[in-house]
Design a protein around this ligand. Sequence first.
Ligand SMILES: *Cc1c(COP(=O)(O)O)cnc(C)c1O
Length: 387
Amino acid sequence: MTRTADQAGLHVETLAVHAGLKIDGDTGAVIPPIHMTTTFLRHADGSYSDGFLYGRIDNPNRRALETMLAALEAAPAPDHAVAFASGMGAAAAVFGTLQPGDHLLFPDDIYYGIRRLLVEHYGRWGIEAAAVDMADLEAVRGALRPNTRLLWVETPSNPQLKISDVAALAALAHAHGARCAVDNTWATPIGTQPLTLGADYAVHSATKYLGGHSDITGGAVVAREAGEQLGRIRLQQTIGGNIPSPFDCWLLLRSMRTLPWRMRAHTANAAALAQALLVHPAVGRVNYPGLAGHAGHAIATRQMALFGGMLSIEVKGSAAEAMAVTQRTRLFAPATSLGGVESLIEHRRSVEGPTSTTPETLLRISVGLEHADDLIADLTQALDALA
Ligand SMILES: *Cc1c(COP(=O)(O)O)cnc(C)c1O
């Protein structure tokens, strides 16, 4: 028995609760069991139940998760979502659609691991990658080469929260015969649906907001179109073996049921904290797209339903003084990563390494689901020593 609702016209909160929900025919269990099996029975005619054959190729928990991912990203069919073992695995699958000799553009402010993957790994495989200010459409247009096949967009960017215009970049890519992929980890599909803006791929580190509790590593690619490129991405999962476990899929699906409501609360807390930081004497700059003074505010207002739970600040002082702030907070744990219910703070430049372009007094903040007043009080006391 399935109670899969017809998705047309349903709101995202409803989709998040119902997508991928399949009531177990044998037991009536409303919540699906975890299918810890690597192999499935073959029938006399050679077929397999529901097409399940072998654990690496497919698994009921993975398929349910992919159904959810496709629904939230407004993909045309459930099999347009491909779940991977990590966000980096998902990004690698998109880069794996390219051919030696292809060129791609990536943002100058970008999740550091992706830059490393492109420069240190894919460069050796004949894929040229160049950084550009993705928030500057003319700069992107000027950086296109005849062999540019992919625009890799990250909005808001990590860690400076630059905003890029997804619809304009997708149109620019398509006019050039290239594709446009959007790392949607920070916005989440509750904030932005890149495919509805014309992008070809929405890419996720599910480790962050989709998981939401800092206890699962995962990733996903959701594609707008079926066809050869999606086939290449799927091949890297099923034949490349880049797969999440059935338990991780189950846990991630469970987490995503509350994603729309978590994102509202993350956003409300981040907005309140951003306003408070704006007037703190030790803070020189607040990067949050929800602020009217943010350079990308107008675009963000157009393409983001919610401005999200991430922000960064530049403190007045030295790199060491900025680092010291992270040791004075009591609620914000000085740790990397983001998107969990608990707030985190990080001196980003010292994590990114020698080629980092991040300002040395920048602190990246993942605003959790504690009470906003407690968060404001905690960060304020940690910054007061600098003022
Ligand atoms: C964390 C992150 C990644 C990498 O994801 P993993 O799950 O750690 O492999 C990619 N992009 C962005 C924007 C991220 O924040």
